[in-house]
Structures are given as structure tokens and as C-alpha cells.
Design a protein around this ligand. Structure first.
Ligand code: PMP
Length: 404
């Protein structure tokens, strides 16, 4: 039996919105997914019944908030199959997690060392490494991609060597939906002695993730792409690696003892969580992962794959349409229409109620590789329907005729 998205759409009040008198067709999920009532209820319950600062309080609410926050950490650890919840660091999102890692690895890199990334990376998995290279004298190397938007794995194996200190790789391309063979690439990088960070911003919403099976050292994702609010995310890091690396931000909670002569640092995970965290966000993230787990990430993945295949078939039947990325995609599909600017297309179909994203998708080097300034991207979540995909295709066809 295939999964029926109608059964869950009622959890999302926003999906019943109208735009210009037409039902909203929300296909911008790679930027931000919508939030189900169950998650909104968890946020509301937190502020109505639990709100207090965590960890140091002796009073009832402080203890309740601390317990709820730490239960959320355990829930995230279970979702990721982490060996311990101490490996789950709450961040503000993927960008924050990657910057954290790029900073704590700083002391390990020097002139002659290399950081390896790929052409498919989001700016947030490029710029922190460029900044690290500037600071440390290391150089940035880039795995090229083929014309179908898959990585050139021969080039990867050639680039990987004794100088590679870090491999920072996206699991799924937010621009093209390419699914990288991260487990295989991680294993190769580990054999070469590199630290491995996986940008899972687009993986956690669309695939079951098992960090122990993956074998990387770090994995970062954002709540707001997996049915949770903005401003919360996770950096998972292997305990023995994080234990040996220095802290980054200094402040309350990340310390054991502070004296003017010197400070000792807290144990994991608090060592990397300076200051008051987004307590409600962590609780809401746990609720969002529980909501998604109740459907099952395998089920979500299969449903979304069917939607993207349907979109690829329908769009490729429209005159002048070029699709980017391989046939097997997850989450997102990028396309362009000859002679039509992506921005005009996006603006026109928005008037028909269809929300897609246009532009470079924070992947300017990838766009440059394909000789374009941007694309139009439709990105799906589990609540999208086959009918919505058909609406997308018919609106794109209409808009293309009007714009040509
Ligand atoms: N990496 C990828 C692959 C992404 O899709 C995004 C968000 N578009 C990010 C990183 C950055 O995520 P955030 O803005 O939530 O930090």
C-alpha cells in the first residue's frame, strides 16, 4: 500500500491556505518545511507549562525544563542511532554546526594540508572551510561533478590523499537532489586519515539516518527542514573526536570551573553549548522527529521519490524544459526553460498559487559549473500530493507559453 498524504495534511493548517484565490501548492520544502500541529503543540506546551532556564535551577520549573530538554536530546540520539546522547550538540542549524566544526578543527590544520569539498555544496559548507583555509594556510580542493549532477568519484579518489585532513560533503544536494554515496566516500576518506563531516540538511528530512552505520565524524542538520521550527539544529559528533577537540564558544554552561587564572571545560555535550540554548526548539525538534518517525522515513522517502519522478516526467514533456541532476533524486528537482528567466517563471507561477524557489539556491559555484545564474527548484515533503505535482506542471506549461 502506498502512503496517502491526505491522511496527514490536516496536521498542517498552513497547507489549507489560498494564494491569489488558488489553493497553495507548497513546493519550497528544501528551503523550509511546514510544521505540523503536534510540533506547534509541543512548543506551546513548553511555554505554557514548562518554561524556565535549564541546568542550574533548583526550582520545579527549572528541573522540568531541564528534563524536557535532555529528553529531547535523547530522542534525537535515538533518531540518528547515535551511540550516546552526549554526541548530540544542539545548534541553531546546519550553518552553525558546520562553523562549529570548521573552528574546532582549526588547530589541526596548517600549510600543505587540504580540505576537500564538492561542487554540489551549499555556501554554508563552502565558506566556513574557505575561512579556515585562510586562517590556517591549508588549501581547499573541490570534487568536480559530471553533467548529470553526480560527483566524479574517480576525481574524488585522485584528490583524496595523505594531505586531506577534512572531507566536508553534502549527503543530498539541495539544488539538484543528487544523493551522494556518502558511506562509501566516508570510508575512503577515513582510510586516508581525514576527518569527515556530512552536511545532512537535506538528508534528515528525506532518509533514515544512522550515524553509526555512516561512519563519519560529524553530521549537521537543521530543524526547520524536518518539520520543526527555525533556530534549532543538531551537530552530531563522534564522542572520541569531540572529547579530544577544543571548545569553540565560551560562556555559561560550557565550563566546569572558572577562575581568573584559567577555566576548565565541561564534558560533552555541554562543552559545545555555551549560553542559554533554544530549549523550546530542541523540544519541538524531538516532537517533529517523532512525528516523522510515526510515518517512517522509508515511507516518506518512497513517496517523495514517486513525486519527483512524476514531476520529472511531466516537466520534461514541456517544450524547452531542461532538467538538472540525475534521474534518482531526493527532495528536490531543478529545471530551466529555454528563453525564460527563472525569476519570471517563479513569480508567475506564484500568482497561480505554486511556491517554488528560483535563483542559485546558495550554490553559486554549482550554478557556475552549469553556466547558469540560477534554476527553478521544486522541492517536496511527505505532505505533497501527486495532484500538486500535476498542478506544478500545468502552471509551468502555462507560464512558459505566456513568457516566451
Ligand atoms: N546545507 C544544505 C544542503 C542546505 O540545503 C541548507 C539550507 N538550504 C544548509 C546547508 C543551510 O541550512 P541553514 O540555513 O538551516 O543553516
Amino acid at each position: 500500500m502506498s502512503f496517502d498524504p491526505a491522511s496527514i495534511r490536516e496536521d498542517f493548517p498552513i497547507l489549507a491556505s489560498e494564494v491569489n484565490g488558488r489553493p497553495l501548492v507548497y513546493l519550497d520544502n528544501a528551503a523550509t518545511s511546514q510544521t505540523p500541529r503536534q510540533v506547534l503543540d509541543a512548543s506551546r506546551h513548553y511555554y505554557e507549562a514548562v518554561n524556565a532556564n535549564i541546568h542550574r535551577g533548583t526550582h520545579h520549573l527549572a528541573r522540568a525544563a531541564t528534563a524536557a530538554h535532555e529528553e529531547a536530546r535523547q530522542a534525537v540520539a535515538r533518531h540518528l542511532n547515535a551511540a550516546s546522547s552526549d554526541e548530540v550538540i544542539f545548534t541553531s542549524g546546519t550553518t552553525d554546526g558546520i562553523n562549529l566544526v570548521a573552528n574546532i578543527l582549526g588547530g589541526e590544520l596548517g600549510a600543505g594540508d587540504e580540505v576537500l569539498i564538492s561542487t554540489l555544496e551549499h555556501h554554508s559548507n563552502i565558506v566556513p572551510w574557505q575561512m579556515l583555509c585562510e586562517r590556517s594556510g591549508a588549501s581547499l580542493k573541490v570534487i568536480p561533478c559530471h553533467d548529470d549532477g553526480t560527483l566524479d568519484l574517480d576525481a574524488f579518489h585522485q584528490l583524496l590523499g595523505g594531505r586531506t585532513r577534512v572531507l566536508a560533503l553534502t549527503w543530498i544536494s539541495n539544488a539538484f537532489g543528487t544523493v551522494n554515496p556518502v558511506a562509501e566516500m566516508t570510508a575512503a576518506a577515513k582510510r586516508a586519515g581525514a576527518r569527515v563531516l556530512i552536511d545532512a540538511a537535506q538528508a534528515v528530512p528525506h532518509l533514515p539516518v544512522d550515524v553509526q552505520a555512516l561512519g563519519a565524524d560529524f553530521l549537521a542538520f537543521s530543524g526547520h527542514k524536518v518539520y520543526a521550527p527555525t533556530g534549532i539544529g543538531v551537530l552530531w559528533g563522534r564522542r572520541e573526536v569531540l572529547d579530544e577537540l577544543p571548545p569553540w564558544r565560551g560562556g555559561g554552561e560550557m565550563i566546569k570551573e572558572v577562575r581568573f587564572e584559567g577555566t576548565t571545560y565541561n564534558d560533552l555535550p555541554f562543552k559545545y553549548e555555551a549560553g542559554t540554548p533554544n530549549i523550546e526548539g530542541a523540544i519541538a525538534l524531538a516532537a517533529a522527529l517523532a512525528w516523522a518517525d510515526a510515518i517512517g522515513l522509508d515511507t516518506i522517502h518512497r513517496h517523495e521519490e514517486q513525486l519527483l519522478a512524476r514531476a520529472a516526467d511531466a516537466l520534461s514533456g514541456i517544450a524547452g524544459v531542461r532538467l538538472y541532476g540525475p534521474r534518482r533524486r531526493a527532495g528536490a528537482l531543478s529545471f530551466a526553460i529555454e528563453g525564460v528567466h527563472h525569476y519570471d517563471l517563479g513569480t508567475l507561477i506564484d500568482q497561480m498559487g505554486v511556491a517554488v524557489r528560483t535563483g542559485h539556491h546558495c550554490c553559486q559555484p554549482l550554478m557556475a559549473r552549469f553556466g547558469v545564474t540560477g534554476t527553478t527548484r521544486a522541492s517536496v515533503a511527505c505532505y505533497n500530493t501527486a495532484e500538486e505535482i500535476d498542478t506544478l506542471a500545468s502552471c509551468v506549461e502555462k507560464a512558459a507559453m505566456m513568457l516566451k
